[in-house]
Design a protein around this ligand. Structure first.
Ligand SMILES: Nc1ncnc2c1ncn2[C@@H]1O[C@H](COP(=O)(O)OP(=O)(O)OP(=O)(O)O)[C@@H](O)[C@H]1O
Ligand SMILES: [Mg+2]
Length: 315
């Protein structure tokens, strides 16, 4: 594996590197599972993660490893079973408009238009603003995601990419301190996904908001993030070592495709993920294998053939 992994612990305490910005969100020894008794699933184990002020952090992992569970805890929609979860030193005990989340499945209100969906959140968060200011704010974000021509359309009249744009604009418009993006592009076709990646990159480079992106796409993580943290395969998934993405910004997807640094990082992260998944599969297989059946050590009393009557007996 290339020498690109830099865990929080391994980061040099002295030297030329500027000190890391303070953690805005910190998770310490967080464990989370669902259910009880025989149906209990242990999803996450001993998660230690610092999301630093102004950084773009990507968490990559396979489906079902617990990425959404992690995001929901950060959003305050799920509570950890043990460990501590804090934002600016205060425990996260419920949802807050300081942490905006974009879900995998858009979650727009179907009876509201593009403008209506965004206005609803803006009007609630910025109640103290004048109506004109709120309206201008909404229009700014509609324009930012390129939907000015579709302001009057309802979600069923939009493509998947357009719906995800509305969802993104709605969250960005609330100006949260932290942006939590839970696989926001996973339901989109490759081309639309690529266009939206560039848009997120552009918006983030302008706003520099603290951002956590959940993704299963290593290229996407490298294009967007400052650091990539792999989530190992579950159950009992833990976080792997962080990979620093030291590619210059602004980044350009086409140029990155030819960059040896990009290719090296992609190999390192992908190899890490494939190796941990294989290890987890081997462990699960070993755990599910039955111990060999012990046969009784029997010896026949006589080696003579059984009588004819016994041989012809129905089975
Ligand atoms: N509310 C719940 N109750 C019971 N089990 C749950 C619940 N939510 C998630 N799980 C289980 O926890 C595990 C992790 O789920 P999670 O949605 O966090 O994974 P994920 O990494 O986001 O997957 P994907 O990439 O498919 O979105 C899965 O086994 C899932 O079945
Ligand atoms: Mg998920």
């Amino acid at each position: 594996m290339m020498n690109v992994a830099v865990s929080d612990e391994a980061r040099p305490k002295t030297g030329v590197r500027a000190p890391a910005p303070p953690a805005l969100i910190s998770m310490k020894q967080v464990c989370k599972g669902y259910g009880s008794g025989e149906s209990r699933v242990e999803v996450l184990e001993n998660i230690n993660l610092n999301l630093r002020q102004g950084e773009f952090l990507a968490v990559v992992g396979f489906s079902g490893s617990g990425k959404s569970t992690l995001t929901k805890m950060l959003a305050g929609l799920e509570t950890p079973d043990s460990g501590t979860l804090e934002m600016e030193g205060q425990p996260i005990i419920g949802p807050s408009q300081e942490r905006g989340i974009v879900f995998q499945n858009y979650s727009l209100l179907p009876w509201l238009t593009v403008r209506g969906n965004i206005s609803l959140s803006v009007d609630r968060v910025f109640q103290h603003w004048s109506k004109a200011d709120r309206r201008a704010h909404v229009e700014k974000f509609i324009e930012m995601v390129g939907l000015t021509h579709a302001v009057h359309r309802r979600p069923h009249e939009l493509s998947g990419g357009m719906r995800q744009r509305v969802s993104l604009a709605r969250t960005l418009a609330m100006k949260p301190k932290v942006l939590l993006l839970d696989e926001p592009l996973s339901a989109l076709d490759a081309l639309t996904r690529s266009v939206l990646q560039e848009e997120i990159l552009k918006i983030w480079e302008e706003e520099r908001q603290t951002c956590l992106l959940i993704t299963n796409d290593v290229d996407e993580a490298i294009l967007l993030a400052d650091r990539i943290v792999p989530l190992n395969a579950g159950p009992n998934a833990s976080l792997g070592p962080a990979f620093a993405v030291q590619l210059d910004r602004p980044r350009n997807k086409t140029a990155l495709n030819d960059s040896p640094q990009f290719k090296g990082l992609r190999n390192a992260v992908t190899n890490y993920l494939v190796a941990v998944r294989q290890k987890s599969r081997d462990e699960q297989q070993m755990a599910s294998e039955q111990p060999p059946i012990q046969l009784p050590d029997l010896k026949p009393r006589s080696m003579r053939l059984p009588s004819k009557a016994i041989l012809n007996a129905p089975i």
